[in-house]
Design a protein around this ligand. Structure first.
Ligand code: MOS
Length: 746
């Protein structure tokens, strides 16, 4: 991957540190093993938990034989339905910030809904003892042969997609049926995307300990506040009695947003045994028990005139969900916002399958829906004998066509042109197979990228210390994206002190309530709260300085500013450290809150981008290679262009996974057999193309005072469609079912 070739424009609003490429402030800790990941935590007297998982896919657990397992070395106890604690029902509210991934509690009843469902939990003195004993647990089941594990196997026929329609997910404007019927050019195609597993580097891990009635949990989570709230609800204790800590996380991509049952089993076992319990899932358990991007089936119908103007869009989506959860990927959800078209109808359907609950996976829903829409547009362009980029330009949405609101900021047109120029799109020959080099047939493809720009409420603390350092704290977490670093950059910029002097505290639910690290909303949510906390701390300093006998005795507190770590009043200044010394104070600690406001009902907030790819198909050795990727992204202002570009590059690699490699596979019993990193194919270093990312720099000050819209997901969108479109350009084969594995090209 050639990050060297990636570029970022210097922002007009670039400050001392904000908008400047900075290496991660936690990089050294991570590279030297100093970062304390959940599974690294070892507490005195700690023991180890290991789940026993169902080996059937659907049915009933009749009984467990535990004698042999109990006699295994080091075993302390085995928890299951008959001896588990009675807990309050699992809460399930996003609004109350206590959503869990699985609607059931562990061992709630004897129903088996999926392979891998937890049926018992062994605790022993070591991980090895717990695992060995878990394998000695014998289960007796009543098997239900009516099971469904993969909607890709369903008859996709000619009519409606399978499953139950979700009425609330439908959206329409105009009269799409009539517009389609009357359109000069019609396109009606079906698309699918295989289930993609979460292949996180750091396994899900939970270490629980009770001191008196206080529960502390070290968890690899994208949401310390959500997990704290959920645990408090489940145990029926106040939130003050639960603390969730997640200082570092080795990727999550959505699978660690909402608590999974292993954390509940671990906390219960710890309370019962009166000692800390650690549970680290195995890779196989990751693939069975911690969510995935659900298989989706889609149908897109486009009506257009000969000039390429879209007259109608129908987008029907269908995705899997689980009896044990309630995740809905809503793959067609973004379509109404993407292009200028008067007649649009989207629907969404769910099919319940016997698998663990699906969950968000980077650009959930939208990446899947984008694949179908952006591939269908390429097909329409072929039909019209038109450049697919030109087709998109003719349908650019000047305002949000779904909400009828102006965009807060939208530079999609520049993304298209910028990426096309850098890629060399003008050299494209639209005739399939016409571009060759040696044994390789070359194909070009492109797609539009897009992701919603969200923002939530948030609190933060900002503390000036007498040694000149600054402490900033927020109950959000850094999942590897660079949140520690951008918070430090923001504090550094606001106070005018070097970034090395900023001490950032995240990943602890006892800090002021912060957002999930998900949905590309942490940046836009957290930084305004840091700013509010800064202003609060500054006003405390100003009060101190303007008080009777203070250095700025005669000044009004609200005229006091800050520059370079100095408090400023007119042409006078005093270092904060000196002010604190004079007042014999060690710390001035400000709290602040920030939330989105009226702008949310006046504008539509989205990020956009364009991705162009080159594939090389060598028919002699049946090798498909993605050779070049060029993406230009409009995310408002990048607070840290280095980490922001990293996010886009990582998203592109995940898009390669969707387009070329990733596919969870099941045998006739519903057993997922490629349940490990050897058999589950992922893009690896040897597959990497030249990835060239450019970030435009148009701060979106309607979204927040720093102009940043967030960047986690958008890089993934568009990539699978661009690859599929390039494969068509190379081979003349239109592959509508992702991933494009080699056999589909033979
Ligand atoms: Mo990402 S799916 O928002 O963690």
């Amino acid at each position: 991957m050639t990050t060297e070739s990636s570029r970022t424009r210097q922002s007009a609003t670039t400050g001392q540190t904000m908008g400047v490429a900075k290496p991660r402030i936690d990089g050294t800790l991570k590279l030297t093993g100093g970062a304390d990941y959940a599974a690294d935590r070892n507490l005195p007297n700690q023991v180890h938990g290991y789940p026993v998982t169902s080996t059937i896919t659907s049915g009933k657990l009749l009984s467990l034989e535990l004698d042999e397992a109990m006699k295994m070395p080091g075993v302390l106890d085995i928890f299951h339905h008959d001896n588990f604690d009675k807990l309050s029902r699992s809460p399930n509210s996003f609004a109350d910030e206590n959503l869990t991934s699985e609607a059931r509690l562990p061992f709630e009843d004897h129903q088996i809904h999926y392979q891998g469902q937890y049926i018992a939990f062994v605790v022993a003195d070591t991980l090895e003892h717990a695992r060995a004993a878990a394998r000695k647990v014998k289960a007796h089941y009543e098997r239900n042969d009516e099971q469904l594990t993969n909607i890709a196997s369903l008859d996709r026929g000619e009519g409606a997609l399978p499953g139950e329609e979700v009425p609330g997910d439908a959206a329409s404007r105009g009269d799409a049926d009539s517009a389609y019927a009357g359109a000069e050019v019609q396109l009606d195609q079906r698309y699918s995307i295989a289930q993609e597993n979460h292949s996180v580097m750091e396994m899900h891990a939970s270490v629980a300990t009770w001191e008196n009635d206080m529960l502390t949990v070290y968890e690899s989570t994208q949401g310390v506040i959500f997990q704290r709230n959920a645990l408090a609800k489940i145990f029926g204790i106040p939130v003050e009695k639960v603390r969730v800590i997640s200082h570092f996380i080795g990727s999550g991509f959505g699978s660690k947003l909402f608590m999974w049952p292993h954390a509940i089993m671990t906390a219960v076992a710890s309370r019962r045994l009166g000692r800390p319990v650690k549970t680290v899932l195995s890779r196989m358990q990751e693939y069975l028990d911690t969510g995935y991007r659900p298989t989706s089936l889609q149908r897109v119908r486009l009506g257009a005139d000969k000039s390429g103007k879209l007259l109608s869009i129908h987008h029907d989506g269908c995705n899997e969900t689980s009896p044990a959860g309630n995740h809905d990927d809503t793959v067609s959800g973004a379509t109404p916002k993407m292009y200028d078209c008067d007649h649009v109808a989207v629907t969404n359907r769910l099919v319940t399958v016997n698998k663990c609950p699906p969950c968000p996976m980077r650009a959930p829903g939208e990446a899947s829906g984008n694949f179908a829409l952006e591939t269908s547009l390429d097909e329409l362009a072929v039909r019209l004998d038109m450049d697919p980029l030109e087709l998109r330009k003719r349908n650019f949405a000047e305002v949000d066509p779904a909400a009828g609101l102006p965009w807060s900021s939208n530079h999609l047109k520049e993304c298209w042109d910028n990426a096309a120029t850098r890629f060399g799109w003008e050299k494209r020959n639209p005739i399939p197979g016409a571009m060759r080099e040696g044994d390789e047939i070359i194909g070009y493809g492109m797609a539009t990228q897009s992701w919603e720009a969200m923002r939530m409420h948030c609190g933060a603390r900002f503390g000036f210390r007498s040694d000149g350092s600054i402490m900033v704290a927020c109950g959000t977490q850094d999942i590897g994206t660079g949140t520690y670093t951008i918070v430090a950059q923001t504090a550094s910029e606001l106070a005018g002190v070097p970034i090395e002097m900023i001490d950032v505290r995240l990943g602890d639910s006892s800090l002021p309530s912060g957002p999930l690290s998900g949905g590309s909303m942490a940046t836009s949510t957290v930084l305004p709260a840091v700013s509010a906390a800064f202003r609060n701390a500054l006003s405390q300093l100003a009060d101190m300085a303007t008080a009777e006998g203070g250095v700025f005795e005669n000044a009004q507190p609200d005229t006091i500013g800050m520059k370079n770590g100095q408090l400023i009043s007119g042409d006078q200044s005093i270092a904060v450290t000196e002010l604190l010394d004079r007042n014999s104070i060690g710390l001035v600690d400000g709290e602040g809150n920030a939330a989105p406001g009226d702008e949310q009902s006046q504008y539509s907030f989205r990020s956009f981008g364009a991705v162009f790819v080159e594939v090389r198909w060598d028919p002699e050795i049946t090798r498909l290679k993605l050779s070049r990727v060029c993406s230009t992204i409009d995310i408002g202002r990048a607070i840290n262009p280095l980490t922001a570009r990293n996010q886009v590059e990582g998203g592109i690699v995940m898009g390669m996974g969707m387009g070329m490699f990733e596919q969870a596979e099941f045998d006739q019993h519903g057993y997922p057999y490629n349940n490990n990193l050897a058999d589950y194919i992922l893009p690896v270093n040897a597959d990497m193309p030249d990835i060239d990312v450019e970030l435009l720099d148009y701060p979106d000050f309607l979204h927040n005072e720093f102009g940043a819209r967030g960047v986690g997901e958008i890089g993934l969108t568009g990539v699978a469609a661009a690859i599929s479109n390039a494969v068509y350009n190379a081979t003349g084969k239109r592959i509508r079912d992702m991933p494009i594995s080699i056999e589909k090209l033979l």
